[in-house]
Design a protein. Structure first.
Length: 128
């Protein structure tokens, strides 16, 4: 007979499942806006990008934030995380030079546990 998983492992599993569901919701929202999902949960040496989508000549690196409400989701994207996402985008582009000619943008999809969603196009700029 196997022992039940420790509470911290159960919490991690639940958080992982919530993250996957949130990213699927965000992907559906962006698809409805005419974007094609190129990649999800892209891991680079610099960090992870939740979604990479494209519409025509626009390539978007998108962060997904799920919190109790939209304000909490918006507040959760801190400058350090924006820098990490930008560095991860640079690493992704280095591995995919065929996409470098496209216009690029950093978006955020905010999700609330109530079901509310908001797409923030051009949510932040690349910091130099």
């Amino acid at each position: 007979m196997t022992e039940p998983a420790p509470p911290d492992k159960l919490k991690r599993r639940a958080a992982h499942a919530r993250g996957l569901a949130a990213e699927a919701r965000a992907a559906a929202l962006l698809t409805a806006l005419g974007f094609a999902v190129l990649a999800q949960r892209v891991r680079t040496p610099a960090g992870e990008i939740d979604l990479i989508v494209r519409r025509d000549d626009l390539l978007v690196f998108c962060e997904v934030k799920l919190r109790a409400d939209l304000a909490g989701a918006a507040f959760s994207l801190q400058p350090r995380q924006r820098r990490r996402i930008a560095a991860a985008a640079e690493a992704f582009l280095a591995a995919h030079p065929e996409l470098c000619h496209l216009d690029m943008r950093f978006d955020v999809v905010l999700l609330a546990r109530t079901g509310a969603a908001e797409h923030l196009a051009g949510a932040f700029e690349l910091e130099t």
